[in-house]
Design a binder for this molecule. Structure first.
Ligand code: ADP
Ligand code: ZN
Length: 288
């Protein structure tokens, strides 16, 4: 049998599909827009059906049921994208392709990519935040994802509002949780233009950096990981990482002796490939 693995990054706006070999080299990769499950899953099946794969790693937008004991294991659950609500993505793909699937969240997959081949390589524990359309995070400890009845939802942790930030927050569940104050669309909500177009000296970056520093601070106190990584579209602002580190240092006030911040709070080394590499590595780990 061939030594090939599949990767599916299922996102709310796009799906990234890839085939890779046992060394995690990407052999073929395409991106398709996320439409209804009927349309998109058909394209996924068409992409993979000519390959003989040992397994597929699937990192999905959530919330997703990744609890193997659950009757809705493998489903995308309570999503605002209504056509995907309670959709059995794993069952449908496994039946159509006859290939085993390892199912996890998109952020866990990206976390795993950085863990095997990126900026968390050689560590035993790391946390990966994505700051994009939403905020999400995955965590690895001793080589395994941290999860219990379900997956962590660190993107919705409560943070303290910055004293000058009057924005009420846009999370439909919590208003001013981390995602409600720091995800990309909150920037556009505050200022009427996208984050891409806002200059470095705008105070909004102080707010965003403060919230992400609080997230790193809480993560440090809860998990004490070896590395914390911030990825996602908003982190394309090149100075944001330094602002986060400065805020973090002030918040921590030398209470916990973390690793040097330049080796502790990082951006993803694999950039846009973190999720794909992670899914391939997870497929290899579980189905080799
Ligand atoms: P998704 O979360 O849908 O996978 P991204 O991670 O690319 O997608 O995040 C998209 C969000 O990131 C949008 O809100 C966009 O405005 C914001 N964004 C993209 N590039 C930048 C940038 N250079 N600076 C600030 N925000 C950005
Ligand atoms: Zn929330």
């Amino acid at each position: 049998m061939s030594n090939l693995y599949g990767s599916i990054e299922a996102g709310g706006t796009k799906f990234v599909l890839a085939v890779g070999d046992g060394e995690l080299n990407i052999i073929k990769r395409i991106t398709i827009p996320t439409r209804s499950p009927g349309e998109t899953i058909k394209e996924v099946i068409d992409f993979f059906k000519d390959y003989s794969l040992k397994g597929i790693g699937l990192g999905s937008f959530g919330p997703a049921d990744i609890n193997k004991g659950s009757s809705t294991y493998g489903y995308i659950t309570n999503t605002p994208k209504l056509s995907w609500n309670m959709y059995d993505i794993v069952g449908n793909l496994e039946r159509a392709l006859n290939v085993p699937i390892y199912f996890t969240t998109d952020v866990n997959a990206a976390c795993y990519g950085e863990y095997v081949k990126g900026n968390a390589q050689g560590t035993k524990s790391c946390v990966y935040f994505t700051v994009g359309t939403g905020v999400g995070a995955g965590a690895i400890n001793a080589g395994e994802f941290i999860q219990g009845f379900g997956h962590p939802e660190m993107g919705h942790m409560i943070v303290k509002q910055h004293h000058s930030d009057t924005y009420e927050g846009n999370c439909p569940f919590h208003k001013n949780c981390l995602e409600g104050l720091a995800a990309g669309p909150t920037i556009e909500d505050r200022l009427g233009i996208k984050g891409e177009q806002i200059e470095e000296n705008n105070p909004v970056w102080d707010y965003i950096a403060d919230y992400l520093a609080q997230a790193a601070y809480n993560t440090t106190l809860f998990l004490s990981p070896q590395v914390i990584i911030f990825g996602g579209g908003v982190m394309n602002q090149p100075y944001l990482l330094d602002k986060i580190k400065a805020n973090f240092k002030e918040l921590m006030n030398d209470y916990v002796a973390t690793p040097d911040l330049n080796a502790y709070i990082l951006q993803p080394e694999l950039k846009d490939n973190a999720g794909t590499i992670g899914c391939l590595a997870l497929a290899k780990k579980h189905f080799e």
